[in-house]
Design a protein around this ligand. Structure first.
Ligand SMILES: N[C@@H](CCC(=O)N[C@@H](CS)C(=O)NCC(=O)O)C(=O)O
Length: 212
């Protein structure tokens, strides 16, 4: 059976879980965190990052690499568009979410959830407030400009771009940051559509159990 190594609350790990679930692939999760990696983890993830993935054919790290592999090995229930232009757009939004969106949602989640859950520490609330005021608006402005009133990031079906962006939005929401629908109406409506899909609904429930 396939194994995902990495704690499911990581947005990168969750992206891979979404890909596996979208394709109805059976898998196990080995919920290791970067703070408590088992000895020898670099053998399966040389950069010592999560996720890593193992199946009967290969052992590989990096969420985007893993998703591409899954798409090629299991082409049914596609998670990328066939069209060359749309596929490039998906890869761009996936990259933007993995970097810029993570850059604002990640620290909010780290301060308010990870520190408490794993490190039993208090959040640095001034860091959170600075990010919300100074850094997050540029990223959310851009996303709001790119979205339309229906469908998902690229087209009418879920892709890895939605898995990545949605994972980061989920973590921000878990950390008590809610999108201002007056300022970013298309982003707020997109999140609502996304979180109403069965794939996201299942994960929202599963994550709640982990955090309780
Ligand atoms: N490009 C990698 C990034 C993975 C990543 O940064 N994971 C974080 C957890 S959310 C991690 O393992 N951080 C530990 C570190 O950077 O040492 C991917 O897409 O899988």
């Amino acid at each position: 059976m396939a194994t995902v190594h990495g704690a499911p609350l990581s947005p990168f790990v969750r992206k891979v879980i979404f890909a596996l679930e979208a394709k109805n692939i059976t898998f196990d999760v080995n919920p290791v965190t970067p703070m408590g990696l088992p000895e020898g983890f670099e053998k399966i993830s040389p950069l010592k990052k999560i996720p890593a993935f193992e199946d009967d054919l290969l052992t590989i790290a990096d969420s985007s690499v893993i998703c591409e592999y899954l798409e090629q090995r299991y082409p049914e229930n596609p998670i990328y568009p066939k069209n060359m232009v749309d596929r490039a757009k998906v890869r761009w939004f996936e990259e933007y979410s993995d970097t810029a969106v993570l850059g604002v949602c990640g620290p909010i989640f780290y301060e308010r959830i990870v520190k408490k859950l794993i490190m039993q520490q208090e959040p640095d609330e001034s860091r959170v407030q600075n990010i919300i005021k100074d850094e997050l608006p540029t990223v959310y402005d851009y996303l709001n400009e790119q979205l339309s009133e229906s469908g998902f990031l690229v087209g009418e079906t879920l892709t890895t771009a939605d898995f990545s962006l949605g994972s980061n939005l989920m973590n921000a929401q878990y950390a008590g940051y809610h999108i201002d629908a007056k300022r970013w109406p298309l982003l707020a409506a997109y999140q609502e559509r996304l979180f109403a899909t069965q794939l996201f609904k299942n994960r929202l429930v599963a994550d709640k159990a982990i955090m309780s």
